[in-house]
Design a protein around this ligand. Sequence first.
Ligand code: ARG
Length: 297
Amino acid sequence: MIYRTPDALDFHLDHTPSLPRPRRVVLTTPTHFDIEYVINPHMSENVGTVNKEVAWQQWKAVRAAYTALDVPPVVVNGRPGLPDMVFCANQTLPFYDPASDTKGVVLSRMHSKHRADEVPYYAQFFEAKGYKVQSLSDGLDADFEGMGDALWHPGRHLLWGGYGYRTSLEAYEALDDLLEAPIVALRLVDPDYYHLDTCLCPLDADHALVAPEAFDDAGRALIDTLFETTIDVPDHEARNQFACNAHCPDGTHVLIQEGCTETNDRLRDHDFTPVELDTSEFLKAGGSVFCMKQMIW
Ligand code: ARG
């Protein structure tokens, strides 16, 4: 079932099946990371400006942060000619069925042709690991960018689905059949917030960081209804520093772009611990911590 307005919600979050937190993280090396084309507004002034050495140091610091939090990294090698492959949240949506202990991924259908060839590398990677690898049906004319737009509610078998720029609403109809989870669809209305993970960051079952400007009224109301506490992020920190592209792997620590001062104060007010990381080279491409990783079961 796909929910698009708060009035339609016919379940209580506590009654949705529980879902354990994924405990391992996939990271892709930035060996071939660069800005070679413009497919989101953040990239427009930045073609050819990536400092490769700095990008490597920043990526290693992200890897070290996960290791320090006891989330073991599994590393995929970036490939030549695929400068955005480092953003490994986008090519798949991992899923887990606790009842049958089935681990799987749904493969993305990238909106931009520049990124389409990244997907088969992740398909091979997950196949080799024994995951069930699923595709959206051939006949479906819809884009889908994995965990750029589709986010699991922490601890619950409930999917948040952003659409409008990179993912089509129709993709969620197909996912509804594949995943048998309620899907809450949120229309994105501001091109700077082109993926859901740029404007909504579920921290734990009760809390989320939100950039309110990114959503329409129905979307904001859905988020307010299902999260007990929403923490609004100031627009300049969300838009320019990607404060909502943070990641909370354990319900306590929040890996976040360095310098999101007001967001960090608000996180501390709610007993979260910000872990600041400098991802400035990756911000040039329109991404930060959340999209530089993929959590898997
Ligand atoms: N340049 C990449 C793109 O536009 C950045 C992707 C960042 N990923 C994300 N989930 N926000 O596709």
